[in-house]
Design a protein around this ligand. Sequence first.
Ligand code: NAD
Ligand code: USQ
Length: 416
Amino acid sequence: MKVIVYGADGYIGWPMALHLASLGHEVLAVDNLARRSWDLEGGTEPLNEIASFDERVSVWNSLGQGKPITHRIYDICDYEAVASDIASFSPEAVVHFGEQRSAPFSMISREHAVRTQVNNIVGNLNILFAIHDINPEIHLVKLGSMGEYGTPNIDIEEGYLTITHNGRTDTLPYPKLPHSFYHLSKVADSYNIHFTSRVWGLRATDLNQGVVYGVSTPQTDIDPRLATRFDYDSVWGTALNRFTIQGSLGYPITVYGKGGQTRGYLDIRDTMACITLALENPPQAGEFRVFNQFTEQFSLNDLADTVAAVATKRGLDPRILHLENPRVEKEEHYYNAKHSALIDLGLAPHYLAETLIDSLFDFVTRYRDRIDSELLETPTVTWRDGANDVWRKHADLAIARENFQREGKGVIDRSL
Ligand code: NAD
Ligand code: USQ
Protein backbone atom coordinates (compact mmCIF):
# COMPACT_ATOMS: atom_id res chain seq x y z
CA MET A 1 0.00 0.00 0.00
CA LYS A 2 1.17 3.58 -0.61
CA VAL A 3 0.77 5.66 2.54
CA ILE A 4 1.64 9.27 3.39
CA VAL A 5 2.49 9.75 7.08
CA TYR A 6 2.09 13.39 8.19
CA GLY A 7 4.00 14.30 11.37
CA ALA A 8 6.50 11.53 10.61
CA ASP A 9 9.35 13.10 12.61
CA GLY A 10 7.32 12.98 15.83
CA TYR A 11 7.16 10.64 18.83
CA ILE A 12 4.57 8.32 17.23
CA GLY A 13 4.81 9.28 13.55
CA TRP A 14 8.45 8.19 13.27
CA PRO A 15 7.98 4.62 14.61
CA MET A 16 4.78 4.41 12.54
CA ALA A 17 6.66 5.25 9.33
CA LEU A 18 9.23 2.56 10.25
CA HIS A 19 6.54 0.02 11.12
CA LEU A 20 4.72 0.51 7.81
CA ALA A 21 7.98 0.39 5.83
CA SER A 22 8.99 -2.80 7.66
CA LEU A 23 5.70 -4.37 6.54
CA GLY A 24 6.61 -3.56 2.93
CA HIS A 25 4.39 -0.51 2.49
CA GLU A 26 5.62 2.43 0.43
CA VAL A 27 5.85 5.38 2.82
CA LEU A 28 6.14 9.09 2.12
CA ALA A 29 7.10 10.69 5.45
CA VAL A 30 6.21 14.39 5.85
CA ASP A 31 7.04 16.82 8.67
CA ASN A 32 7.87 20.53 8.99
CA LEU A 33 10.07 19.96 12.10
CA ALA A 34 7.80 22.27 14.12
CA ARG A 35 8.12 20.03 17.18
CA ARG A 36 11.90 20.50 17.21
CA SER A 37 11.47 24.27 16.89
CA TRP A 38 8.96 24.34 19.78
CA ASP A 39 11.62 22.67 21.93
CA LEU A 40 14.06 25.44 21.03
CA GLU A 41 11.45 28.04 21.75
CA GLY A 42 10.78 26.74 25.25
CA GLY A 43 14.21 25.43 26.21
CA THR A 44 13.01 21.82 26.39
CA GLU A 45 14.51 18.69 24.86
CA PRO A 46 13.85 14.97 24.96
CA LEU A 47 15.72 12.85 27.48
CA ASN A 48 17.38 10.78 24.77
CA GLU A 49 19.34 12.00 21.79
CA ILE A 50 17.37 11.68 18.60
CA ALA A 51 18.84 11.80 15.12
CA SER A 52 17.75 14.53 12.69
CA PHE A 53 14.89 13.68 10.32
CA ASP A 54 17.32 13.39 7.39
CA GLU A 55 19.70 11.15 9.32
CA ARG A 56 17.10 8.76 10.74
CA VAL A 57 15.57 8.28 7.27
CA SER A 58 18.96 7.64 5.67
CA VAL A 59 19.90 5.18 8.46
CA TRP A 60 16.67 3.24 7.87
CA ASN A 61 17.19 3.23 4.11
CA SER A 62 20.76 1.94 4.52
CA LEU A 63 19.65 -1.04 6.64
CA GLY A 64 17.57 -2.82 4.02
CA GLN A 65 15.06 -4.01 6.65
CA GLY A 66 11.96 -3.17 4.63
CA LYS A 67 10.92 -0.66 2.00
CA PRO A 68 12.98 2.55 1.85
CA ILE A 69 11.21 5.67 3.12
CA THR A 70 10.96 8.89 1.11
CA HIS A 71 10.73 12.03 3.23
CA ARG A 72 9.84 15.66 2.70
CA ILE A 73 9.94 18.74 4.90
CA TYR A 74 7.01 21.14 4.57
CA ASP A 75 4.13 22.64 6.51
CA ILE A 76 0.78 20.97 5.85
CA CYS A 77 -0.81 24.41 6.28
CA ASP A 78 0.67 24.99 2.79
CA TYR A 79 -2.11 23.63 0.57
CA GLU A 80 -0.04 23.59 -2.64
CA ALA A 81 2.58 21.34 -1.01
CA VAL A 82 -0.05 18.93 0.36
CA ALA A 83 -1.97 18.76 -2.92
CA SER A 84 1.14 18.37 -5.03
CA ASP A 85 2.34 15.32 -3.02
CA ILE A 86 -1.09 13.69 -2.94
CA ALA A 87 -1.28 14.08 -6.72
CA SER A 88 2.24 12.83 -7.45
CA PHE A 89 2.59 10.08 -4.82
CA SER A 90 -0.98 8.78 -5.30
CA PRO A 91 -1.47 7.21 -1.85
CA GLU A 92 -4.25 4.76 -1.02
CA ALA A 93 -4.25 6.09 2.56
CA VAL A 94 -2.84 8.95 4.62
CA VAL A 95 -2.13 8.80 8.36
CA HIS A 96 -2.29 12.23 9.99
CA PHE A 97 -0.22 12.84 13.17
CA GLY A 98 1.03 16.32 12.15
CA GLU A 99 -0.41 18.58 14.84
CA GLN A 100 0.60 20.60 17.92
CA ARG A 101 -0.20 17.98 20.56
CA SER A 102 0.48 19.50 23.97
CA ALA A 103 -2.45 20.66 26.10
CA PRO A 104 -0.21 22.89 28.31
CA PHE A 105 1.43 24.48 25.21
CA SER A 106 -2.02 25.46 23.94
CA MET A 107 -2.84 27.08 27.32
CA ILE A 108 0.27 29.30 27.62
CA SER A 109 -1.31 32.40 26.09
CA ARG A 110 -3.78 33.67 23.51
CA GLU A 111 -1.06 33.43 20.90
CA HIS A 112 -0.35 29.76 21.70
CA ALA A 113 -4.04 28.89 21.62
CA VAL A 114 -4.39 30.58 18.22
CA ARG A 115 -1.23 28.97 16.87
CA THR A 116 -2.38 25.53 18.01
CA GLN A 117 -5.84 25.85 16.53
CA VAL A 118 -4.69 27.41 13.23
CA ASN A 119 -1.94 24.82 12.78
CA ASN A 120 -4.16 21.86 13.59
CA ILE A 121 -7.46 22.88 12.01
CA VAL A 122 -5.97 24.38 8.82
CA GLY A 123 -3.55 21.45 8.28
CA ASN A 124 -6.38 18.95 8.65
CA LEU A 125 -8.68 20.96 6.34
CA ASN A 126 -5.94 21.09 3.70
CA ILE A 127 -5.63 17.30 3.76
CA LEU A 128 -9.42 16.94 3.45
CA PHE A 129 -9.56 19.36 0.50
CA ALA A 130 -6.59 17.69 -1.23
CA ILE A 131 -8.25 14.26 -0.90
CA HIS A 132 -11.52 15.67 -2.24
CA ASP A 133 -9.87 17.53 -5.13
CA ILE A 134 -7.46 14.77 -6.18
CA ASN A 135 -8.78 11.35 -5.19
CA PRO A 136 -11.80 10.99 -2.85
CA GLU A 137 -11.10 7.23 -2.55
CA ILE A 138 -8.09 7.89 -0.26
CA HIS A 139 -8.65 6.64 3.32
CA LEU A 140 -7.83 9.31 5.94
CA VAL A 141 -6.65 7.88 9.26
CA LYS A 142 -6.64 10.81 11.69
CA LEU A 143 -5.26 10.90 15.22
CA GLY A 144 -7.83 12.36 17.58
CA SER A 145 -7.79 12.19 21.37
CA MET A 146 -9.81 10.62 24.19
CA GLY A 147 -9.56 14.06 25.84
CA GLU A 148 -12.07 15.33 23.26
CA TYR A 149 -14.80 13.65 25.33
CA GLY A 150 -13.61 14.99 28.68
CA THR A 151 -14.95 13.22 31.75
CA PRO A 152 -18.78 13.04 31.52
CA ASN A 153 -20.74 11.33 34.27
CA ILE A 154 -22.00 8.66 31.84
CA ASP A 155 -20.30 5.90 29.80
CA ILE A 156 -18.28 7.19 26.82
CA GLU A 157 -19.26 5.46 23.57
CA GLU A 158 -17.12 5.11 20.43
CA GLY A 159 -17.94 8.33 18.62
CA TYR A 160 -21.73 8.23 18.60
CA LEU A 161 -24.57 8.22 21.13
CA THR A 162 -28.14 7.11 20.49
CA ILE A 163 -30.44 9.62 22.19
CA THR A 164 -34.19 9.57 22.72
CA HIS A 165 -35.50 13.10 23.24
CA ASN A 166 -39.18 14.06 23.54
CA GLY A 167 -40.15 10.68 22.14
CA ARG A 168 -37.86 10.80 19.07
CA THR A 169 -34.60 8.86 18.66
CA ASP A 170 -31.41 9.60 16.72
CA THR A 171 -27.76 8.52 16.71
CA LEU A 172 -25.58 11.63 16.95
CA PRO A 173 -21.91 12.48 17.52
CA TYR A 174 -21.09 11.86 21.19
CA PRO A 175 -21.09 15.22 23.11
CA LYS A 176 -17.63 16.64 23.74
CA LEU A 177 -16.25 18.40 26.83
CA PRO A 178 -12.57 18.87 25.89
CA HIS A 179 -9.77 19.48 28.41
CA SER A 180 -7.83 22.32 26.66
CA PHE A 181 -7.54 24.55 23.56
CA TYR A 182 -5.47 21.72 22.06
CA HIS A 183 -8.23 19.17 22.66
CA LEU A 184 -10.74 21.69 21.26
CA SER A 185 -8.74 21.72 18.00
CA LYS A 186 -9.22 17.94 17.80
CA VAL A 187 -12.98 18.35 18.27
CA ALA A 188 -13.04 20.86 15.39
CA ASP A 189 -11.03 18.38 13.26
CA SER A 190 -13.52 15.61 14.05
CA TYR A 191 -16.47 17.77 12.98
CA ASN A 192 -14.69 18.82 9.77
CA ILE A 193 -13.93 15.20 8.90
CA HIS A 194 -17.47 14.07 9.72
CA PHE A 195 -18.88 16.89 7.59
CA THR A 196 -16.72 15.99 4.57
CA SER A 197 -17.66 12.31 4.90
CA ARG A 198 -21.35 13.26 4.79
CA VAL A 199 -21.07 15.91 2.07
CA TRP A 200 -18.24 14.67 -0.17
CA GLY A 201 -18.45 10.95 0.60
CA LEU A 202 -14.89 10.77 1.99
CA ARG A 203 -13.86 7.66 3.96
CA ALA A 204 -12.21 8.38 7.29
CA THR A 205 -11.19 6.79 10.57
CA ASP A 206 -10.91 9.10 13.60
CA LEU A 207 -8.81 7.45 16.29
CA ASN A 208 -9.61 8.91 19.68
CA GLN A 209 -6.37 7.87 21.23
CA GLY A 210 -5.53 7.74 24.93
CA VAL A 211 -2.12 8.60 26.40
CA VAL A 212 0.67 6.65 24.65
CA TYR A 213 3.67 5.32 26.62
CA GLY A 214 6.90 3.51 25.80
CA VAL A 215 9.74 4.16 23.36
CA SER A 216 10.52 0.68 22.20
CA THR A 217 9.28 -0.89 18.97
CA PRO A 218 11.00 -3.66 16.99
CA GLN A 219 12.22 -1.06 14.48
CA THR A 220 13.32 1.76 16.84
CA ASP A 221 15.38 -0.82 18.76
CA ILE A 222 17.44 -1.79 15.69
CA ASP A 223 19.81 1.19 15.91
CA PRO A 224 20.10 4.10 18.41
CA ARG A 225 19.75 6.52 15.48
CA LEU A 226 16.24 5.13 14.88
CA ALA A 227 15.13 5.98 18.46
CA THR A 228 12.00 8.00 19.09
CA ARG A 229 11.78 10.82 21.60
CA PHE A 230 11.05 10.61 25.36
CA ASP A 231 9.78 13.92 26.79
CA TYR A 232 9.61 14.67 30.49
CA ASP A 233 9.20 18.41 30.99
CA SER A 234 5.87 19.81 32.20
CA VAL A 235 4.76 21.07 28.77
CA TRP A 236 5.53 18.02 26.58
CA GLY A 237 6.10 15.16 29.03
CA THR A 238 3.07 13.06 29.87
CA ALA A 239 2.39 12.26 33.53
CA LEU A 240 3.62 8.66 33.19
CA ASN A 241 6.92 9.75 31.60
CA ARG A 242 7.39 12.36 34.32
CA PHE A 243 6.50 9.95 37.13
CA THR A 244 8.96 7.36 35.75
CA ILE A 245 11.88 9.72 35.62
CA GLN A 246 10.99 11.33 38.96
CA GLY A 247 10.63 7.90 40.61
CA SER A 248 13.86 6.58 39.15
CA LEU A 249 15.86 9.59 40.40
CA GLY A 250 14.32 9.90 43.84
CA TYR A 251 12.48 13.12 42.93
CA PRO A 252 8.95 13.63 44.30
CA ILE A 253 6.35 12.16 41.92
CA THR A 254 4.21 15.19 40.97
CA VAL A 255 0.52 14.25 41.03
CA TYR A 256 -1.62 17.30 40.21
CA GLY A 257 -4.44 17.66 42.74
CA LYS A 258 -6.20 14.66 44.26
CA GLY A 259 -5.01 12.23 41.57
CA GLY A 260 -8.37 10.64 40.75
CA GLN A 261 -8.04 11.93 37.13
CA THR A 262 -8.60 8.81 35.03
CA ARG A 263 -7.51 8.44 31.40
CA GLY A 264 -7.10 5.70 28.78
CA TYR A 265 -3.53 4.46 28.10
CA LEU A 266 -1.82 2.32 25.48
CA ASP A 267 1.63 0.98 24.66
CA ILE A 268 3.28 2.55 21.57
CA ARG A 269 3.41 -0.96 20.00
CA ASP A 270 -0.38 -1.08 20.22
CA THR A 271 -0.62 2.31 18.50
CA MET A 272 1.31 0.75 15.60
CA ALA A 273 -1.04 -2.26 15.60
CA CYS A 274 -4.24 -0.18 15.82
CA ILE A 275 -3.30 2.08 12.92
CA THR A 276 -2.26 -0.90 10.83
CA LEU A 277 -5.63 -2.55 11.56
CA ALA A 278 -7.44 0.64 10.57
CA LEU A 279 -5.46 0.80 7.29
CA GLU A 280 -6.07 -2.87 6.48
CA ASN A 281 -9.81 -2.54 7.16
CA PRO A 282 -10.87 0.73 5.53
CA PRO A 283 -14.36 2.18 6.05
CA GLN A 284 -16.93 2.52 3.27
CA ALA A 285 -17.03 5.67 1.16
CA GLY A 286 -18.98 8.30 3.12
CA GLU A 287 -18.32 6.56 6.45
CA PHE A 288 -16.87 8.54 9.36
CA ARG A 289 -15.65 5.74 11.62
CA VAL A 290 -14.60 6.49 15.19
CA PHE A 291 -12.52 4.16 17.36
CA ASN A 292 -11.52 4.79 20.97
CA GLN A 293 -7.88 3.79 20.83
CA PHE A 294 -6.61 2.73 24.25
CA THR A 295 -6.28 -0.59 26.04
CA GLU A 296 -6.54 0.19 29.79
CA GLN A 297 -7.65 3.02 32.03
CA PHE A 298 -5.82 4.24 35.14
CA SER A 299 -6.10 7.09 37.61
CA LEU A 300 -3.01 9.21 38.30
CA ASN A 301 -2.91 7.69 41.79
CA ASP A 302 -2.80 4.18 40.20
CA LEU A 303 0.13 5.26 38.00
CA ALA A 304 2.00 6.98 40.85
CA ASP A 305 1.57 3.89 43.07
CA THR A 306 2.82 1.55 40.32
CA VAL A 307 5.88 3.72 39.65
CA ALA A 308 6.55 3.98 43.41
CA ALA A 309 6.29 0.18 43.78
CA VAL A 310 8.91 -0.32 41.03
CA ALA A 311 11.17 2.30 42.65
CA THR A 312 10.86 0.58 46.04
CA LYS A 313 11.77 -2.79 44.51
CA ARG A 314 14.89 -1.15 43.09
CA GLY A 315 15.92 0.01 46.57
CA LEU A 316 14.84 3.63 46.10
CA ASP A 317 12.73 5.66 48.50
CA PRO A 318 9.95 7.18 46.34
CA ARG A 319 7.76 10.08 47.50
CA ILE A 320 4.41 11.04 46.00
CA LEU A 321 3.66 14.76 46.16
CA HIS A 322 0.16 16.14 45.49
CA LEU A 323 0.75 19.58 43.94
CA GLU A 324 -1.88 22.26 43.55
CA ASN A 325 -3.43 21.43 40.17
CA PRO A 326 -2.31 23.89 37.46
CA ARG A 327 -5.10 22.58 35.19
CA VAL A 328 -8.86 22.94 35.50
CA GLU A 329 -10.19 19.38 35.42
CA LYS A 330 -12.23 16.98 37.56
CA GLU A 331 -9.98 15.27 40.11
CA GLU A 332 -12.53 12.64 41.18
CA HIS A 333 -14.97 11.40 38.57
CA TYR A 334 -16.76 8.50 36.91
CA TYR A 335 -14.90 7.11 33.87
CA ASN A 336 -15.96 4.21 31.70
CA ALA A 337 -14.98 4.56 28.05
CA LYS A 338 -15.87 1.87 25.52
CA HIS A 339 -12.95 0.57 23.45
CA SER A 340 -14.02 -2.67 21.82
CA ALA A 341 -13.95 -1.80 18.09
CA LEU A 342 -10.18 -2.31 17.67
CA ILE A 343 -10.25 -5.48 19.77
CA ASP A 344 -13.04 -6.72 17.44
CA LEU A 345 -10.70 -6.06 14.48
CA GLY A 346 -8.05 -8.29 16.12
CA LEU A 347 -5.96 -6.07 18.42
CA ALA A 348 -4.02 -8.16 20.97
CA PRO A 349 -2.97 -5.56 23.59
CA HIS A 350 0.23 -5.19 25.56
CA TYR A 351 -0.79 -4.25 29.11
CA LEU A 352 1.06 -1.84 31.38
CA ALA A 353 2.96 -4.11 33.73
CA GLU A 354 5.60 -3.30 36.32
CA THR A 355 8.08 -4.94 33.91
CA LEU A 356 7.49 -2.19 31.37
CA ILE A 357 7.94 0.54 33.99
CA ASP A 358 11.07 -1.30 35.11
CA SER A 359 12.43 -1.20 31.54
CA LEU A 360 11.60 2.53 31.37
CA PHE A 361 13.61 2.98 34.60
CA ASP A 362 16.56 1.31 32.84
CA PHE A 363 16.08 3.58 29.83
CA VAL A 364 15.96 6.70 32.02
CA THR A 365 18.98 5.60 34.03
CA ARG A 366 20.97 5.19 30.81
CA TYR A 367 20.41 8.89 30.04
CA ARG A 368 20.61 10.26 33.60
CA ASP A 369 23.51 12.59 32.71
CA ARG A 370 21.24 14.38 30.24
CA ILE A 371 18.47 15.05 32.74
CA ASP A 372 17.71 18.73 33.29
CA SER A 373 16.21 18.75 36.80
CA GLU A 374 14.60 22.14 36.18
CA LEU A 375 12.33 20.46 33.61
CA LEU A 376 11.13 17.91 36.16
CA GLU A 377 9.83 20.37 38.65
CA THR A 378 6.74 22.44 39.20
CA PRO A 379 4.58 23.01 36.12
CA THR A 380 4.96 26.46 34.61
CA VAL A 381 1.67 26.69 32.71
CA THR A 382 -1.63 27.16 34.48
CA TRP A 383 -5.08 26.92 32.92
CA ARG A 384 -6.43 30.00 34.72
CA ASP A 385 -3.81 32.63 33.85
CA GLY A 386 -4.12 32.90 30.08
CA ALA A 387 -0.65 34.56 29.94
CA ASN A 388 2.04 32.30 31.32
CA ASP A 389 5.14 34.38 30.72
CA VAL A 390 7.35 32.28 32.97
CA TRP A 391 7.03 29.07 30.97
CA ARG A 392 10.11 29.65 28.87
CA LYS A 393 13.35 28.43 30.25
CA HIS A 394 15.42 30.16 27.59
CA ALA A 395 13.51 33.19 26.43
CA ASP A 396 15.96 34.21 23.74
CA LEU A 397 14.02 33.21 20.67
CA ALA A 398 16.30 35.03 18.28
CA ILE A 399 19.27 32.87 19.27
CA ALA A 400 17.22 29.67 19.11
CA ARG A 401 15.96 30.56 15.65
CA GLU A 402 19.41 31.50 14.39
CA ASN A 403 21.03 28.28 15.67
CA PHE A 404 18.26 26.14 14.29
CA GLN A 405 18.59 27.63 10.82
CA ARG A 406 22.39 27.63 10.91
CA GLU A 407 22.43 23.94 11.77
CA GLY A 408 20.26 23.36 8.70
CA LYS A 409 17.58 21.58 10.67
CA GLY A 410 14.88 23.00 8.41
CA VAL A 411 12.09 25.50 8.53
CA ILE A 412 11.21 27.26 11.74
CA ASP A 413 7.55 27.41 12.73
CA ARG A 414 6.30 30.32 10.63
CA SER A 415 4.70 32.15 13.57
CA LEU A 416 7.67 32.11 15.95
P1 NAD B 1 4.69 14.92 18.24
O1 NAD B 1 4.59 16.39 18.56
O2 NAD B 1 5.87 14.18 18.74
O3 NAD B 1 4.61 14.72 16.65
C1 NAD B 1 3.83 15.53 15.81
C2 NAD B 1 4.68 15.84 14.59
O4 NAD B 1 3.89 16.64 13.69
C3 NAD B 1 5.93 16.66 14.95
O5 NAD B 1 7.08 16.04 14.43
C4 NAD B 1 5.67 18.02 14.30
O6 NAD B 1 6.86 18.63 13.84
C5 NAD B 1 4.72 17.66 13.17
N1 NAD B 1 3.84 18.77 12.78
C6 NAD B 1 3.10 19.57 13.57
N2 NAD B 1 2.47 20.50 12.85
C7 NAD B 1 2.81 20.29 11.56
C8 NAD B 1 2.49 20.93 10.34
N3 NAD B 1 1.70 22.00 10.30
N4 NAD B 1 3.03 20.44 9.18
C9 NAD B 1 3.85 19.35 9.19
N5 NAD B 1 4.19 18.70 10.33
C10 NAD B 1 3.67 19.18 11.50
O7 NAD B 1 3.33 14.26 18.73
P2 NAD B 1 2.97 12.72 18.97
O8 NAD B 1 3.00 12.48 20.43
O9 NAD B 1 3.75 11.88 18.06
O10 NAD B 1 1.45 12.70 18.54
C11 NAD B 1 1.09 12.43 17.19
C12 NAD B 1 -0.42 12.65 17.02
O11 NAD B 1 -1.12 11.77 17.90
C13 NAD B 1 -0.87 14.06 17.37
O12 NAD B 1 -1.90 14.44 16.48
C14 NAD B 1 -1.42 13.91 18.76
O13 NAD B 1 -2.40 14.89 19.02
C15 NAD B 1 -2.00 12.52 18.73
N6 NAD B 1 -2.04 11.87 20.06
C16 NAD B 1 -0.87 11.71 20.78
C17 NAD B 1 -0.92 11.07 22.01
C18 NAD B 1 0.30 10.85 22.85
O14 NAD B 1 0.18 10.32 23.97
N7 NAD B 1 1.50 11.21 22.39
C19 NAD B 1 -2.15 10.62 22.50
C20 NAD B 1 -3.31 10.85 21.76
C21 NAD B 1 -3.23 11.47 20.53
N1 USQ C 1 -0.43 15.35 35.35
C1 USQ C 1 0.06 15.15 36.65
N2 USQ C 1 1.39 15.36 36.88
C2 USQ C 1 2.26 15.72 35.92
C3 USQ C 1 1.76 15.89 34.59
C4 USQ C 1 0.41 15.70 34.35
O1 USQ C 1 -0.69 14.83 37.57
O2 USQ C 1 3.46 15.90 36.23
C5 USQ C 1 -1.87 15.07 35.09
C6 USQ C 1 -2.68 16.12 34.33
O3 USQ C 1 -3.18 17.11 35.21
C7 USQ C 1 -3.80 15.27 33.71
C8 USQ C 1 -3.14 13.93 33.48
O4 USQ C 1 -1.92 13.92 34.26
O5 USQ C 1 -4.82 15.08 34.63
C9 USQ C 1 -2.81 13.63 32.04
O6 USQ C 1 -1.92 14.63 31.57
P1 USQ C 1 -0.75 14.25 30.53
O7 USQ C 1 0.14 15.45 30.43
O8 USQ C 1 -0.17 12.94 30.88
O9 USQ C 1 -1.56 14.02 29.19
P2 USQ C 1 -2.54 14.99 28.39
O10 USQ C 1 -2.34 16.41 28.70
O11 USQ C 1 -3.91 14.44 28.57
O12 USQ C 1 -2.04 14.82 26.90
C10 USQ C 1 -1.48 13.61 26.38
C11 USQ C 1 -0.82 13.95 25.03
C12 USQ C 1 -1.90 14.45 24.07
C13 USQ C 1 -3.01 13.42 23.95
C14 USQ C 1 -3.57 13.06 25.32
C15 USQ C 1 -4.51 11.87 25.24
O13 USQ C 1 0.15 14.96 25.24
O14 USQ C 1 -1.31 14.66 22.79
O15 USQ C 1 -4.05 13.92 23.14
O16 USQ C 1 -2.49 12.65 26.20
S1 USQ C 1 -5.88 12.06 26.33
O17 USQ C 1 -5.36 12.28 27.69
O18 USQ C 1 -6.65 10.86 26.25
O19 USQ C 1 -6.61 13.22 25.89
